[in-house]
Design a protein around this ligand. Sequence first.
Ligand SMILES: CC(C)(COP(=O)(O)OP(=O)(O)OC[C@H]1O[C@@H](n2cnc3c(N)ncnc32)[C@H](O)[C@@H]1OP(=O)(O)O)[C@@H](O)C(=O)NCCC(=O)NCCS
Length: 209
Amino acid sequence: MTDFAYNFPFVPASQSLVANSGAANLPRSFIREAHPGDVAQLTELLASSFYHRTGWLYWAYPVIKLGIQEDLRQRIKGEKSNYLCLTALTSTSEEAKIPVSPRMAGTVEVSQRQAWPWQGMSPHYAYVSNLAVAPGFRRRGIAGRLLATCETLVLGWQLRDLYLHVMADNLPARRLYQKAGFHLCRSEETAATWLGLQPRRLLLHKPLT
Ligand SMILES: CC(C)(COP(=O)(O)OP(=O)(O)OC[C@H]1O[C@@H](n2cnc3c(N)ncnc32)[C@H](O)[C@@H]1OP(=O)(O)O)[C@@H](O)C(=O)NCCC(=O)NCCS
């Protein structure tokens, strides 16, 4: 299991709902399942992490955000047993003493999938996507904690293989995944790669024990 120093325990949905009602205390920093009320903050976090508001993207940004928001809303509202969106929340020690919502520091999604025999993957596996940590919270081990939580939940699904994609030019993410124990499964190229418009996509794999 990935070992990261920063402590973000996973709080089950039932416990975080009780805490929201003021009936229980939560740790200062924790990871919980996202709920529909998180969609606006999650959208902001994902859009700002994956798209830069420069050039033509400056004009397309609101449309991109809308697309992210609707997709997220559908996925989270769906409450499927084979899908989870997690969010890492944190507050300073002062903020934790007063009843304000903790700030959203990071997010990740994990789902159960099936592979075709010719894909060269395990027939039943878990897939991680949309991992993002807000700029002000980076390099504190939050992405590592989110991945470690995914691993625990995936083992609970009785799955032993975790896959994800990363763009070849995303060096911070590649270092993170390497540190978390992922290794290269295959490098994927498309017409856009051949034309030099897009970097290669790397499929990474981590067998869980
Ligand atoms: C990639 C990302 C999720 C990392 O989040 P994070 O919380 O800062 O990562 P962690 O603090 O858990 O980092 C764990 C390890 O990953 C590596 N790492 C993370 N960010 C790095 C960076 N900018 N440069 C080099 N290594 C980095 C380091 O080895 C780090 O360990 P260390 O801090 O002890 O050196 C974050 O930078 C991000 O949201 N980026 C934009 C969205 C994105 O690219 N997501 C991944 C899509 S595949």
